[in-house]
Design a protein around this ligand. Sequence first.
Ligand code: OAA
Length: 171
Amino acid sequence: MRTYDSQLASLTRRSHAIISGDYMASLATADVCDVNTGHLSNGDLRVLPPVFKIYGQRRAFSGPITTLKVFDGNVLVREILETRGEGRVLVIDGGGSMRCALLGGNLAQLAQNMGWAGIVVNGCIRDVDEINGCDIGVRALASHPRKPNKKCQSEKHVPVYIGDMMIREGE
Ligand SMILES: O=C([O-])CC(=O)C(=O)O
């Protein structure tokens, strides 16, 4: 039986993030959980809280993770998306901020052009129609019209937390 849900799981041993939408052609995340109860218990398989909305053309996407931790600013988001994505997934820990957007249409277009598979934002995005036109997958908490700061403390390639789930660079 194939069942589908909209959760995100991170598999340490396979060094991959698995992000599924309502439908994923080759992988049912519920089935992955059912056959990996041991990995769920020991933390090798992690499921993020199901709080993300689905944006972008790719409802399902996967790839090695690049991590970024920011505080209401996105200078490093642009810097990272200007590098070749090669199918990677950028995970932005914005601390769940509802104060501004961390990603908009221009950056989503850049991500598409540079070959990123997707972006997960623990925070907000804007320019939803433009993002939905891009051939990438995007998960975010909500849309917000305000732009982010251009100066902020940020750290790249560090372990980040979404809820109580840790996500590491390269998983
Ligand atoms: O430029 C920004 O900081 C965010 C944005 O609106 C875009 O990517 O279009």
